[in-house]
Design a protein around this ligand. Structure first.
Ligand SMILES: Nc1nc2c(c(=O)[nH]1)N[C@H]1C(S)=C(S)[C@@H](COP(=O)(O)O)O[C@H]1N2
Ligand SMILES: [Mo]
Length: 201
C-alpha cells in the first residue's frame, strides 16, 4: 500500500497513522503562529471575564482564577498550516469549574473566546465542555511561554489549532454562532482536521 512521507514518519515514530489527519505532517517542535504581536501582560492588572448568556457574569483576577481546581490533559494538536504535534500536555483550569460559578442559561449554545488585541475564536459550547478542553496556564510541565499564550490560553480538542485562542481574556456565551477572527476571513467554521475543514463552510 502506498504511504506518503508524512505517514511513513508517523509509523517510524511508532504511532498509529490514523492519528495523523489528512494533509498534515508530524513535528516534534512546537511552531509559533499568530496574527499581530505578543501582548505585554501585567498579571496585577490582568483579569478574566465570563459573560453573555449566563446567570452570573464574573470577572476574576489572576489569583482568583488560579485558586480554581486544576487538571492536566494530553492530546494531539493540528495546525491548519499542516503541522501536527502528538501528545502535547497542558495544565490549567477546566471550564466546568467556571460553569459552576456563572451558571449558563438554557440559551447558551455557542462560545466566543476573547483574547488580548481583539483576536476571537468561536466554538459550540460542547467543545468547551469536552473533557480535553482546557484554559491552560502550563504546557509540557512549564508555564506557557509568552509566544504560546502566557498567561492563559484556550485548548479546544478535535479542531484546528486556530480555535485555541492564546492570551485568553474572557469567554462569552452566545445563543447564536458568531464567527471569530479567522472564521470571518473564510476559515471553516467547524475546523475538524480529520474532515479537512480548512477553508469555507
Ligand atoms: N490570540 C491569538 N490566539 C491565537 C492566534 C492569534 O493570532 N491570536 N492564532 C491561532 C493560530 S492560527 C494557531 S495555529 C495557534 C498557534 O498556537 P502556537 O503558536 O502556540 O502554536 O494559535 C491560535 N491562537
Ligand atoms: Mo493556525
Amino acid at each position: 500500500m502506498f504511504r506518503g512521507r508524512a505517514e511513513r514518519k508517523v509509523i517510524a515514530a511508532g504511532y498509529d497513522p490514523a492519528r495523523l489527519p489528512p494533509g498534515q505532517y508530524l513535528t516534534d517542535k512546537w511552531p509559533v503562529l499568530h496574527a499581530g504581536g505578543i501582548p505585554d501582560t501585567d498579571l496585577a492588572a490582568w483579569d478574566f471575564f465570563v459573560r453573555g448568556e449566563v446567570e452570573n457574569p464574573i470577572s476574576l483576577s489572576w489569583d482568583e482564577l488560579n485558586r480554581l481546581p486544576r487538571t492536566e490533559i494530553t492530546e494531539d494538536i493540528h495546525c491548519v498550516t499542516r503541522w501536527s504535534r502528538f501528545d502535547a500536555t497542558f495544565e490549567g483550569i477546566h471550564w466546568s469549574a467556571l460553569e459552576e460559578l456563572v451558571r449558563p442559561k438554557q440559551s447558551a449554545h455557542f462560545v466566543v473566546a476573547h483574547s488580548d488585541q481583539g483576536y476571537t475564536a468561536n466554538v459550540p459550547i460542547a467543545s468547551l465542555r469536552d473533557s480535553l478542553a482546557l484554559l491552560a496556564t502550563h504546557a509540557d510541565g512549564a508555564p506557557l511561554s509568552p509566544e504560546h499564550g502566557w498567561p492563559l490560553r484556550l485548548i479546544i480538542p478535535g479542531k484546528y489549532f486556530w480555535k485555541s485562542a492564546k492570551w485568553l481574556r474572557g469567554i462569552e456565551l452566545t445563543s447564536n454562532d458568531r464567527p471569530g477572527f479567522w472564521e470571518r476571513y473564510g476559515y471553516h467554521n467547524e475546523a475538524d482536521p480529520f474532515d479537512e475543514e480548512r477553508y469555507g463552510f
